[in-house]
Structure formats: C-alpha cells, structure tokens
Write a protein that binds this ligand. Structure first.
Ligand code: SF4
Length: 349
C-alpha cells in the first residue's frame, strides 16, 4: 500500500490506519492482516486473480482457532476482511462485531451487492471498500452482473458520511475511466481511491496490464492534478501491488520516503478461508503456517527471509531503496518463480 497524499502532504484519511499498523508491527512483527473469509463470490470479474471458487472446506467457526484472541495478543493489527465476497458467509457479521468490540480497526472489502448485510455491519467498520471500474455498462460487463454498478452507487449513497474507499484495478480498459471514478468519489465524499495493479493470474488478461510508461503517466496525473491541484478535493490515492510507485513519486515530487512500505514478510500476512497463514492472498500456494499458531508463522524461515531486504536479488538487491521499498514480492514470484528476485515492474529501473 502506497498512500500518495499522506506521503506528500502529511496526514490523510488513512493515517490512523497506518498508526495502528505501525504500532502493532513494532510490538510483534505483524501490522496488517488480510483475512479472506471465503473464496465464494456472486460475481465473476474479468480481472480476478482467483479463477473459480474452489469447493473446499472453509472455516465455519472463527472462534475454533482463537484467531481473534491471537491477533489481540499480537498487538491488534489493522484487519482487512475480504473474500471472495465476505458477506456471503453467514458468520462474517459476527466476526466483524467481535473485532470491533475488541477495538480493532476493521476495513471491509466487499462488492457491494448485499446491501442489507452491508448496512447491518456498517457501524462496526472503520472503512468500507467498494469496487468501481467505470460507467454503468462497462462496470457491469467487467463484473458480469447486470445491476452491479447501481448496487455500488446505492451503497455509496446510503453510506455517505462514513469512511469509504472506491477500489479499482489498474488495467488498460479501466484506466480510460479514471476521471469517472474520481467524479463518483467526489460526489459521494469518498475518502480514498485504491488502485491495485493487475497480476497475470486467474481470469486476468496479460494484454490489459499497464506498461511502466503507462503507470508513470498515471502517477503523474495523480500527483499533479489529484494531489497538488486538488481537482477532486482531498482524496487519498492508495496504490496497491506497486511499492516502487512510492519511490517514483518521491523523485517526481521531491520528497523522501521515510516510512518503510509494509509488504509480504514485513508486517503483512494473509489468513485464508481454510485457516492457513499465507505470505499474501495472491500467493495461495505459499503457506507459512496455521492460523492456530500465527506467532509461529511469523517466526518461520520464509517470512523472515522475505522480510529481510539483505536477501533480495537482482535490481532490488542492488537498489539504494530496498529497505523502504523492497519491490513487490508477489510480482517477483508470479513473474519469475523467485520470491527474492527483482520486481520486474519497478518504475525506476
Ligand atoms: S529496484 Fe526493487 S527495491 Fe528498488 S525501487 Fe525498484 S522495486 Fe523498489
């Protein structure tokens, strides 16, 4: 996660989440948990990194493994509840309320189709992330569900006043609609636009992936028009799966990146629907432990090795920014099969 406004202009809507993550990280080595509660989904988005829902045995009782107890003992990291579509799972509202009752900071990533369930838990959430890919017809084609655009707009309208995020994917076709996304964000007082890079996995088409030059142009637009000129108010721009965006932005805008980016092996873990601890939700085959023993997963060789920038290879290994950036370990693995290899999408190389 690279928070451009926060880096350039100081505090923003995400600063509180960063504080929570940093405090927990310095206590126990874990700052952010992406908890995928189910693989099940009622949409079939064309960019999704999961090809299909896998009919496997998912956890039905979150208390069974004492996951929340352990996370509390580890310092209450920032929790992202995600899926699949997390609200399809009947136990999710109870889990969210339990986390909130224990004073965790909780963000829900949902597709916005289950408005009743969403409204019922909204008060227990610190941020709600809803997808948007472009205007109505385009958005519905991406999700393959007619009416999905209107569901998101209705949710944004109903939840206006809360801390909201619009999440999207950086692809060649969606980025043609970037101004539409920002207009909608402005209209409904959305605090953050989350733009995640596309991985050549699952249903995603490689021809949709932005080149480095296209990424640089996109970042220039965010830096100049969205952040410096505040054309769309004080919206935060959060870049996902592209840590070198922070280094590129710092060079363009003339500031120094002081905060180390939380990434795989360095403060961020994922819990899978089956109760595995993973380095990242995008790396489903890289299990680092069992959710019954999260601390052991943090002490595993693989977690420690990936988190230590001295182990990086190639351009990332030789880079003066490897401590703050370190490249995307997900992309190193997806593109070359080597978790410690260089990030082939680096924007400054
Ligand atoms: S070479 Fe690696 S560590 Fe350096 S900026 Fe690029 S992605 Fe980050």
């Amino acid at each position: 996660m690279v928070h451009l406004r926060s880096m350039i202009k100081g505090s923003s809507s995400v600063s509180r989440g960063e504080e929570v993550a940093d405090r927990s990280h310095s206590k126990s080595g874990i700052g952010v948990v992406i908890w995928n509660v189910t693989y099940d989904c009622n949409m079939r988005c064309s960019h999704c990194y999961q090809s299909e829902w896998r009919p496997i045995r998912e956890l039905s009782d979150f208390n069974e493994l004492r996951i929340v107890d352990q996370l509390e003992e580890l310092g209450k990291p920032l929790i992202f509840i995600s899926g699949g579509e997390p609200l399809l799972k009947s136990q999710t509202p109870q889990l969210i309320r339990e986390l909130k009752a224990r004073d965790f900071r909780v963000i829900l990533s949902t597709n916005g189709s289950l408005n009743g369930a969403l409204r019922s838990v909204a008060d227990s959430l610190d941020n709600i992330a809803l997808p948007l890919y472009g205007p109505e017809e385009f958005h519905d084609t991406i999700t393959s569900v007619k009416g999905s655009y209107n569901s998101v707009i209705n949710a944004l309208r109903d939840l206006r006043g809360m801390n909201l995020t619009i999440k999207t994917v950086a692809s060649r076709s969606t980025m043609k609609h970037i101004r539409h996304l920002l207009d909608v964000a402005s209209r409904y007082d959305v605090s953050t636009l989350y733009v995640c890079d596309l991985l050549p996995e699952g249903r995603a088409s490689s021809s949709e992936i932005l080149s480095k030059e296209e990424w640089r142009k996109l970042l220039d637009f965010f830096l100049q028009e969205v952040i410096m000129e505040e054309e769309y108010g004080e919206i935060e721009i959060d870049i996902g799966l592209h840590p070198s965006a922070a280094i590129y932005a710092s060079m363009r805008a003339g500031f120094e990146v002081k905060r180390r980016i939380m990434r795989e092996g360095r403060g961020l873990i994922s819990i899978s629907p089956t109760g595995d601890v993973l380095l990242s939700p995008y790396l489903g085959d890289l299990r680092i432990g069992d959710a019954r023993r999260i601390k052991e997963a943090l002490e595993s060789d693989i977690y420690r090795k990936v988190g230590d920038a001295r182990n990086l290879k190639g351009a990332c290994g030789d880079c003066p920014f490897k401590e703050v950036c370190g490249g995307s370990r997900v992309k190193a693995y997806v593109y070359s099969g080597d978790l410690l290899g260089e990030d082939p999408t680096c924007l400054i190389n």
